[in-house]
Design a protein around this ligand. Structure first.
Ligand code: ZN
Length: 307
């Protein structure tokens, strides 16, 4: 086994990626309650909402109210997803309420066009124009690249293309690049090769792994990334979220599953697993259906033998 990193950083994306993909709109007060719970678990990074057009994604139409209503605990960095200049302008009216801005596009032409109705080149040009002013406003910027490990419409997505997009985003001012396995196509061998290549080309950029559990390989892929030296992960409490393509697919790797695996391996996450499970249990009540997370069902590993 290779030497593992001693600590990892986990960004909780459930309040954005998860709440956005629920068919029912979660009441603003419940979102605020859940984010406050998450912020008390030891998670240091939380993506709290997105400034997308309210008529396009009504689930997140209350972005401003959520930002205004959540607590602002010391040591927890809040990020918001920004789709375009209009979104940045809206977000900046509450500049003191968050720390990081995340920008996204897809590495597959078909997926990008279905998602934002643009070519990759058009998206990159747009984002370059938005990231620069965001950096100018003192925001820490992350670029997130969907379908980095495969596309449901096009199949293989060449690593070179993904890394070329990542380089453009880094040149534009993103100090972190997230690589999303949007429909759960990645496998651990591929993940190791991918992050090996990425580390060589993106020196000084924080590389973040964002895996979906669509085919049950989210944790295996996270372990492969960890073994390749990746120390930054994105996941979603309760296994919320994910991409609605293919239909019925499950969501992001559950944060509590990731935290449980890492901490059982001796890799420090800083997260209080019991508090996180409580947050997921509360989300399950609010949403009103069983969530996919394993640790939420099974509870934490106990070496006392009481369960
Ligand atoms: Zn996701």
């Amino acid at each position: 086994m290779p030497d593992l990193p001693e600590t990892v950083r986990i960004r909780e994306v459930g309040p954005r990626d998860g709440f956005q993909n629920e068919s029912a709109v979660i009441p603003t007060a419940e979102k605020i309650r859940l984010i406050d719970l998450l912020a008390g678990t030891g998670l240091k990074r939380i993506e709290v909402t997105s400034f997308v057009r309210p008529d396009v994604i009504p689930q997140l139409a209350d972005a401003s109210e959520v930002l205004a209503g959540i607590g602002r605990p010391e040591g927890v960095s809040f990020s918001v997803l920004i789709p375009n200049m209009r979104g940045l302008e809206r977000a900046l009216t509450q500049k003191d309420r968050f720390d990081e801005a995340n920008f996204f596009l897809s590495a597959s032409e078909t997926h990008n066009s279905r998602n934002v109705n643009r070519s990759i080149e058009e998206s990159l040009a747009d984002l370059e124009g938005v990231v620069a002013p965001a950096v100018g406003e003192g925001l820490r910027c992350e670029g997130v690249i969907s379908t980095s490990f495969g596309c449901p419409y096009e199949g293989e997505v060449p690593v070179d293309r993904v890394l070329a997009i990542a380089e453009r985003l880094a040149d534009a001012g993103c100090v972190e690049i997230g690589f999303g396995d949007t429909t759960g196509m990645a496998n651990p061998a591929q993940v190791r090769r991918f992050f090996g290549a990425a580390a060589g080309r993106l020196e000084g950029v924080e590389l973040t792994a964002h895996f979906h559990n669509t085919r049950g390989q989210g944790l295996a892929n996270a372990l492969a990334a960890l073994e390749e030296g990746v120390t930054s992960f994105e996941s979603s409490f309760g296994e919320l979220g994910g991409c609605p393509v293919p239909p019925g697919s499950v969501g992001n790797v559950a944060t509590e599953d990731l935290v449980s695996m890492f901490s059982e391996m001796g890799v420090e996450t800083g997260v209080d697993l019991n508090a996180l499970i409580e947050a997921s249990a509360t989300a399950q009540e609010v949403i009103g259906r069983p969530l996919g997370s394993h640790v939420l069902k099974a509870g934490p590993v106990s070496w006392e033998g009481e369960a």
